[in-house]
Design a protein around this ligand. Structure first.
Ligand SMILES: Nc1ncnc2c1ncn2[C@@H]1O[C@H](COP(=O)(O)OP(=O)(O)O)[C@@H](O)[C@H]1O
Ligand SMILES: [Mg+2]
Length: 397
């Protein structure tokens, strides 16, 4: 894992500057090199900034004005694109400006010139309030990672059918992210031919936000959105940990649930994914080599301090008559199986037709098992949400 206390470290406030006033160029330069802020960009006219303001990724927007009265229209234009806290910078402001601004949902008014540290302090204050507010209101999608240390265990079959069921049967805004970066086949199993892949997304210029992400996903007939793996294996390495981390953050803001299909390795992108995973579906089969590697995976996860209660053990092809029983899996792994998926001949048929089994054969035992798994994930998400609400109430009390 990249860093054990990721959540404790103070991340810089992402800011954007619109408008213009005396003293702004100097201030902008000072902010650009200040360690506590990340200046994402600036634009004289709000209209020029529309694309960057959108997507909910900014912590604070600073708007500069030469007017002595409140630039109501410009503030409204900014509000069309973002709910981020607003700080007004003015070079000709009157004392009445502050009162008026506070009534218009402006977090602070600063008359320039100001010491850079004063401005940064104001940004921190506004950003802090904003994070608390949006933290509650913002969609916080659940990340479900499907992993197995062996190929052919059924990761992609499980991920595609689970994603399909979450979208189709449980009405979730669901994204399937194919992180089997070299040989991903989630799109093929779903029978879609996407024009864009994760490679196009991470190599596209500019900031990633929800809207941009939406331009790169492909919708499956079930409603499931898909972001496929790169078309060529050699393009995989451009999907860096940093890019992926940002992608996952943005995806959580736009989707209820993100199902991640993986390759059988603990490589960088996988570790970045684990850092943010709410539920790890660890797939096992009834064969000795897979069992041995799943056991090793459990040990690796422990070394990585991955919370054990987030691991769900899934036994695929649970009913196969191959001289090993589910009970033996449990005693070898010293833990219980959470979900069993039966082996079913409809699965390879569905794979070859590019139509997920849960849609093609909804009555099959396989499909019932996947739907039940989707149901439990939805229930777990509801519990987590309740818990969060409860904690927020406690914090306010
Ligand atoms: N429960 C199942 N019943 C029947 N066949 C299955 C089942 N799960 C997986 N398969 C078959 O195994 C093959 C490999 O599965 P896949 O999901 O591609 O594995 P992985 O992604 O782990 O490499 C699939 O093509 C599918 O036909
Ligand atoms: Mg696969």
């Amino acid at each position: 894992m990249s860093n054990g206390n990721e959540f404790a470290t103070k991340s810089p406030n992402r800011i954007y500057v619109t408008g213009d006033c005396d003293g702004l160029p100097d201030l902008r330069e000072a902010l650009a090199s200040h360690p506590e802020v990340e200046l994402v960009g600036s634009a004289n006219q709000v209209a020029e900034a529309a694309a960057t303001l959108t997507g909910g990724h900014l912590n604070v927007v600073l708007h500069a004005t030469r007017a002595a009265t409140l630039p109501v229209n410009e503030l409204a234009a900014i509000r069309e694109h973002t709910r981020a806290p607003l700080i007004l910078l003015a070079s000709n402001g009157s004392p009445a400006l502050l009162e008026e601004a506070l009534e218009h949902d402006v977090a602070d008014v600063l008359l320039l010139p100001q010491l850079t540290d004063n401005v940064v302090f104001s940004i921190r204050k506004a950003g802090h309030v904003g994070k608390r507010l949006t933290g509650d209101q913002r969609r916080h999608g659940r990340l479900v990672t499907v992993f197995s240390p062996k190929g052919g265990t059924g990761k992609t079959v499980t991920a595609t059918n689970l994603g399909t069921s979450l979208a189709k049967h449980w009405g979730k805004r669901a994204l399937l992210l194919d992180l089997d970066l070299q040989f991903g086949d989630a799109a093929i199993m779903l029978g879609i031919e996407p024009e864009k892949t994760i490679y196009d997304l991470v190599t596209a210029p500019g900031e990633l936000d929800s809207e941009k992400l939406a331009g790169y996903t492909t919708k499956h007939a079930s409603g499931l959105e898909v972001l496929p793996a790169p078309l060529r294996p050699e393009d995989a390495e451009l999907v860096t940990e940093a890019k992926l981390a940002r992608l996952l953050e943005v995806a959580r803001e736009s989707f209820d649930v993100i199902v991640v299909d993986t390759s059988p390795f603990f490589h960088g992108p996988m570790l970045a994914t684990l850092d943010r995973t709410d539920e790890l579906l660890l797939l096992c089969g009834l064969d000795v080599p897979t069992l041995k590697n799943v056991r090793l995976s459990l040990q690796t996860l422990e070394l990585l301090s991955f919370p054990p209660d987030r691991v769900k053990l899934v036994l695929n092809r649970a009913n196969s008559k191959v001289g090993m029983k589910p009970k033996e899996v449990e005693s070898a792994l010293e833990r219980g199986i959470d979900f069993e998926i039966p082996s079913d001949r409809i699965v390879p048929l569905a794979v070859n037709r590019g139509n997920p089994a849960v849609l093609a054969e909804p009555k099959a035992e396989f499909s019932k098992a996947v739907r039940a798994m989707a149901k439990e994930l939805v229930a777990a998400q509801a519990v987590a949400k309740q818990k969060k609400k409860f904690m927020a109430t406690l914090a306010r009390a």
